[in-house]
Design a protein around this ligand. Structure first.
Ligand SMILES: Cc1ncc(COP(=O)(O)O)c(C=O)c1O
Length: 428
């Protein structure tokens, strides 16, 4: 069969409709968000713990609804996922002298949170799912390893069975970074409920959003209380503000990662949209995959539980990294918003090889905490290099990424699939 003339070579475009930006919940902000926010303003009740009148806190209500939705016992709202991660690490007892294994493909914040908790990040490989490779976790465990920070990257769940069994065997804590995977599931259970703590982001690019915001979920009351202490400077707002600590280790000086009532109000409305957004993104993703799954020269990113993928994006592999740039350029010319992922020359904060501050062990003071740590005695110094995780760079070098905005129509999906097939016929 003759291949069609590509748009990049002067042929007609396969996709002629508008492309939506990737702000899934952000683009749906409407009457319910306005109503909730106006209620906060009308009541002049902007701080979760008090105000002029006796109002129900929106943040508290959001925590209750989020916990119920995810099937977790406790939820603590925070100002960001970074704050949620730091609070969770501290609550789990991670600190000076500890190593925490983290995925090499994640937003830099996952790694920075470990350093902020004064522990040393050990950066692990991802496998073909682009989530942390359980085999590499096992290789990177040392006597100093205290935990694993796994990232359900780009909407797909990690291999939680393997990860939890490794953690159990080596007595490690597990923090799940679900920033990009709110509503993702693994074997029928929401991600964030497998490890000790699950952390979420409501930053503007995320599925549901208030511009900024985060959440911690846990089933462990002690961890919840310790997260509460850390996220609120000095645990002022436990049941009784001035009460003595209820057990050794409950009270200590923390930070301030509290969520504002305005954020809580927007998030209450956004949470109602979560299932609908994920259903639309999943439908779109499936519709495109159905049409490209047998296309020669491309392989859709595998997943540990395809049913649990939130569908926020479509990622597929080409058989060589050299094909990615021409493929992406051709897709763009067809009218499709596509991107390559790893290119050594183009910085991207989601790939460890670009995390210069970690690789160079940059710290704010000359003491060089946590890297030169007198408590890090049980293992060799941790060293970094841009090429230390070759599998990760190999996978990311061959992958093509497309966002799947929920606002797209079936027609948009069909045109995207057509464009991919058209370009693959010539360039894959
Ligand atoms: C995987 C991952 N972890 C953590 C974060 C940090 O989230 P926040 O901006 O809410 O602190 C992000 C945000 O982009 C992320 O994508």
């Amino acid at each position: 069969m003759m291949s069609e003339k590509l748009a990049i070579h002067g042929g007609p475009k396969a996709k002629t409709t508008e492309n939506y930006p990737m702000y899934p919940g952000g683009l749906e902000i409407g009457d319910e968000e306005k109503r909730q926010v106006l209620e906060v303003l009308d009541n002049q009740y902007l701080f979760r713990y008090y105000g002029p009148a006796n109002c129900e806190s929106k943040v508290k209500r959001f925590e209750q609804e989020f916990a119920e939705k995810m099937g977790a016992k406790y939820a603590l709202a925070t100002s960001s996922c970074t704050g949620a991660l730091i609070s969770s690490l501290v609550a789990c007892g991670v600190g000076p002298g500890d190593e925490v294994i983290v995925s090499g493909y994640t937003f830099f914040a996952s790694c920075a949170a470990i350093v902020a908790a004064k522990a040393i990040p050990v950066i692990a490989e991802v496998d073909e799912t682009l989530t942390i490779d359980p085999d590499d976790i096992e290789k990177k465990i040392t006597p100093a390893t205290k935990g694993i920070l796994v990232v359900h990257m780009r909407g797909v769940p990690c291999d939680m069975d393997r990860i939890m069994s490794i953690a159990k065997k080596h007595k490690l804590v597990v923090i799940e970074d679900c920033a990009q995977a709110v509503g993702a599931m693994y074997k029928g259970k929401f991600v964030g409920t497998f490890g000790d703590c699950g952390c979420f982001s409501f930053q503007y690019h995320k599925t549901i959003t208030a511009g900024e915001g985060g959440m911690i979920i846990t089933n462990d009351k002690r961890l919840y209380d310790r997260c509460m202490s850390y996220h609120d400077t000095a645990a002022c707002w436990r049941p009784d503000r001035f009460a003595e600590q209820r057990y050794e280790g409950e009270l200590f000086c923390g930070s301030n990662f509290r969520m504002s009532e305005l954020t809580g109000a927007v998030m209450l409305a956004q949470l109602q949209r979560l299932d609908g957004l994920n259903a639309r993104m999943r439908d779109h993703q499936h519709r495109i995959i159905e049409q490209i799954k047998n296309t020669k020269g491309i392989k859709v990113r595998p997943c540990y539980d395809a049913e649990g993928d939130t569908g926020i994006c479509l990622m597929f592999y080409l058989d060589s990294k050299d094909k990615v740039e021409p493929f992406v350029d051709a897709l763009k010319a067809e009218g499709v918003n596509a991107a390559g992922v790893f290119n050594a020359g183009i910085p991207d904060w989601h790939i460890y090889a670009h995390w210069k501050h970690v690789i160079d062990k940059k710290t704010p003071t000359e003491v060089n905490c946590p890297y030169d740590c007198p408590y890090h005695t049980k293992a060799e110094p941790v060293e970094y290099a841009p090429d230390m995780n070759p599998n990760t760079l190999e996978y990311l070098g061959r992958v093509v990424h497309l966002d799947i905005p929920p606002q797209m129509s079936d027609e948009d999906c069909d045109m995207i699939a057509k464009a991919i097939n058209k370009v693959a016929a010539v360039l894959a």
